[in-house]
Design a protein around this ligand. Sequence first.
Ligand code: ADP
Length: 447
Amino acid sequence: MFSKILIANRGEIALRILRACREMGIRTVAVHSTADESAMHVRLADEAVCIGPPSARESYLNVAAILSAATITGAEAIHPGYGFLSENADFAETVEAHGLAFIGPTAEHIRTMGDKITAKTTMQALGVPLVPGSDGELACLEEAREVAAKVGYPVLIKAAAGGGGRGMKVAHSEDELAEAWSVARTEALAAFGNDAVYLEKYLDRPRHIELQIMGDMYGNVVHFGERDCSLQRRHQKLLEEAGSPVLSSEERDAIGATATAALSKMGYRNAGTLEFLYQDGQFSFIEMNTRLQVEHPVTEMVCDIDLVREQIRIASGEKLGYSQSDITFSGHAIECRINAEDPDSFIPSPGTITVFHPPGGPGVRMDSAIYAGYRVPPFYDSMIAKLIVHAPTREAAIARMQRALDEIVVEGVKTVIPLHRRILADPEFRRGDYTIHWLEQFTNRKH
Ligand code: ADP
């Protein structure tokens, strides 16, 4: 087992990793920008190294500075968290070239899944169902027309290098195709420096259901069930549930068996998430994330597992040590992402948190790095906390989340807490009756 790990991240996820390390008796090295000097992950770590100025490009994305920090502190492994360098194959490769362990999959697998076209062809070859669409990259607009006519409108033009919903455009009819084609390509080139695009049938009312996977270095792969992440605004998730309100345990077992067989054949190691659209009882793979996800706690609650601990164990060479039949699901968990944003306009609201009272009591978990007096910097993501609840049933979890949302106090910055309260009270949400389009429509309603 490692004796010291460098955490190449900030905010709640840096704390989350630090907590797992502490419980495992592993020393921690925090890295931070000058804007995060008094951040909680810096205060709680055994050692801290400043790696640059506030801009992420010069700090949390600064590979040379992070590797130097690992070298001078004698860290043996790097946990990248999510975002920043977590899905950067070159980073994973460089870390290993320096004789350190990268707590994640191989650089090769990160690269394969980082390109959504290769990801889809790889998964298809391994027997995972896809959304109907083009066979890989579209060579020209003419080809897009032919494929669209075959799969039927509406269609989606998507960037191979896409992420965060960028480089994605819908065409409802042939008239809109040329524009979707050129806008998606322009956006993709600007955001990712790669204008390769592909085409998918645009599903009109799918749910976003993803599967948590974990593999060791010896070909053993298990899944920890699904998360329903259909509540999204601008392709950004806001509230997640485990399990999905609509999935039966037979359906979970079936997609789980397909996915774990595929990843075991690939030799996939460490944590990963397969994202699917689910409509009319059909799963269609859209992409794979080769890292820990923001919403991993809901899975931890229903499976009673520490996924970060598992990641660290596996990266150090340990075997999974259990099989699929050892993994059981109990109760229901919900996570609300608390963003420092105006709850109506979603404009970020950085500033100083003057009052902070976290909720507590049975079944309540708060993953956050904020405290009273903390200044939310304007340079990074606006998510300041994740509020997670676990209860025996979905109904009880909803009641528990409402109770926790009534208890929490965050003053000084605006947050989306009022929006979460409205969602939790909504009859359609309470029935579990929603698709990926539901939240967008809900936030546009007057209230
Ligand atoms: P990104 O990597 O940019 O997040 P994804 O491929 O994961 O892109 O898609 C993000 C979201 O866009 C999905 O969660 C879903 O809400 C929507 N989406 C993606 N593909 C389709 C599709 N074929 N039909 C309908 N919605 C889609």
